[in-house]
Ligand binder design. Structure first.
Ligand code: UD1
Ligand code: CA
Length: 506
């Protein structure tokens, strides 16, 4: 028999057709994850921005199960519920009080599910590369072959810690042997168990018969295969996807491997959609990020969370964008950080700009070098090009914010708003002490400290008037040395009697 046929052969005992069975899903996440050596539960470690468990969970949810149960452990229960809180309506959580093994974990889930009448998809919580397509394929094979137990398997050149699949003479899978229990005859088996299973109720009923493994003192879910065969149920094991898709994560080395693959998967998916990367291996993109065709991404860019990048955007080197929207044809120049913000069409931000949460930079606006913006709107076509802080402000259309302008939004206790209306010109090095508003079409003279509202169409200027004392420098030079020194000292301490000097020093 060919190797391929061998892999898909099933046992000959038929059970009644379950083609239209209702479907439930169970995700096993109650283990201790001790090999991670981390206080964070293993399945909550982020992989490309999302907790590891969300990948097998979403793969299962795509099949629209009627019920979905997550098995949690004592140490992870609250944290897992919290991490998945936005999906909680679709989920039940079953607490496995003691991590007594994967078999015991499924038993715990079954208590939560009750007497579920249909097929049950079971997925380990620690293989993030699994896809919905693979789960679907296994379900199809499971139903076609009318199996009571089906599992995903793969061929591993180095089977490492995976359970080995033992087939009988006619190719039917009859047993799974964990690494620690391998006999010498089983040592060369390269087909291994992926951690993706589908069970019918008659197989699930055998969970209670699983005995504790002698070496590990755990109830192994994998023993259900042998028990099913003994009970005369049909079993099948299928290589439904390449091994990498099943890469399990038990330690940080495996986490890094899985995450690197996920990262490449994301980037190649976006490349196929028409996103251009100048150095794809240096770019980090989370799995919920979207990029429209025609976006151009320079090296060392990080796009995180729910960021979206529009058509024709350019993201220059060393930029980090978190949970933000960058609209069509906008650009983010080098070394900028954008958090929870929106950059409008054709707008330009950076280099070295920081948009903190709640910033909206509208169409064609420009936010330049060393400008920090927080919780503010920057109107259409407005420019703040150099060295500014704009916090808790509404800035209108076509405003010019001069270099070094600062909104003083915090009085030490409360934050206050600054309003700068359309067409205003703020001269360089001005401070706007909030709450304050500068009305439409006004000007603020450079170097002003604005503490009162500026009426429409006016000029506000608050700096001291400039005096020019002609010939002063020459007189200073000519003055006898000793006297000059005393004069200087006096004026520095503010006691000078010389009108001229005091003016100049201040
Ligand atoms: C398991 C399989 C192995 C398979 C491999 C695929 C068993 C006995 N072995 O091994 O055949 O090749 O997955 O990656 O199942 N869990 C619980 N409660 C527990 C113990 C574990 O919910 O008491 C959960 C874990 O959180 C994890 C999953 O079950 O998400 C798998 O457990 P793990 O200990 O990682 O099993 P492996 O040793 O990888
Ligand atoms: Ca594992």
């Amino acid at each position: 028999m060919s190797e391929e046929k061998k892999k898909t052969r099933t046992s000959p005992i038929r059970k009644k057709q379950k083609g239209k069975d209702p479907l439930a899903a169970v995700i096993l996440a109650g283990g201790l994850g001790t090999r991670m050596k981390s206080a964070l539960p293993k399945v909550l470690h982020p992989v490309c921005g999302k907790p590891m468990i969300s990948y097998p969970l979403f793969a299962a949810l795509r099949l629209k199960p009627e019920r979905t149960v997550i098995v949690t452990g004592r140490a992870s229960h609250e944290q897992i519920i919290h991490a998945l809180s936005s999906y909680k309506d679709a989920l039940s959580f079953a607490l496995q009080e003691k991590p007594l093994g994967t078999g015991h974990a499924l038993l715990t889930a079954m208590e939560a599910l009750g007497a579920f009448p249909g097929s049950i998809i079971v997925l380990n919580g620690d293989f993030p590369l699994i896809t919905a397509g693979t789960v679907k394929k296994l379900l199809q094979l499971h139903r076609q072959n009318k199996n009571a137990v089906s599992l995903g398997s793969f061929i591993a050149e180095d089977p490492g810690p995976y359970g080995r699949i033992v087939r009988d003479g006619s190719g039917v899978p009859v047993r799974i042997v964990e690494k620690s229990d391998l006999s010498s005859a089983e040592k060369d088996i390269k087909e291994v168990n992926s951690g993706l299973y589908i069970f019918e109720p008659e197989a699930v009923a055998l969970l209670a018969n699983i005995e504790r493994n002698r070496a590990k003192k755990e109830y192994y879910l994998t023993d259900i295969l042998a028990l099913s065969r003994l009970a005369g149920l049909r079993t099948g094991a299928y290589t439904v996807a390449p091994g990498q898709e099943f890469a399990g994560v038990n330690n940080y080395r495996e986490l890094h491997f899985a995450e690197a693959r996920m990262r490449r998967r994301i980037i190649s998916g976006l490349s196929e959609q028409g996103v251009r990367f100048l150095a794809p291996d240096t770019v980090f993109i989370d799995s919920d990020v979207t990029c429209a065709p025609g976006a151009l991404i320079y090296p060392n860019v990080h796009l995180q969370g729910r960021t979206s990048v529009g058509k024709g955007c350019i993201i220059y080197p060393n930029v980090r964008i978190i949970d933000s929207a960058v609209r069509e044809e906008a650009s983010v120049l080098d070394s900028s950080v954008i958090e929870n913000s929106e950059i409008g069409k054709h707008a330009q931000v950076g280099p070295f700009a920081h948009l903190r949460p709640g910033s909206l930079v509208k169409t064609s606006a420009k936010v330049g070098n060393f400008v920090e913006i927080k919780n503010s709107t920057i109107g259409e076509g407005t420019k703040a090009m150099h060295l500014s802080y704009i916090g808790d402000s509404s800035v209108g259309k076509s405003v010019n914010i001069g270099a070094g302008t600062i909104t003083c939004n915090y009085d030490g206790v409360n934050k206050h708003r600054t309003v700068i209306e359309d067409g205003v010109f703020i001269g360089s090095d001005s401070q706007l002490v909030a709450p304050v508003s500068v009305k439409k079409g006004s000007f603020v003279g450079a170097g002003s400290t604005i503490t009162k509202d500026v009426p429409r169409g006016s000029l506000a200027i608050s700096r001291a008037e400039q005096k020019n004392i002609e010939g002063w420098a020459k007189r200073r030079e000519l003055a006898p040395k000793k006297q000059k020194k005393t004069e200087d000292n006096k004026s520095a301490s503010g006691k000078s009697k010389s009108k001229e000097n005091s003016g100049a020093v201040r």
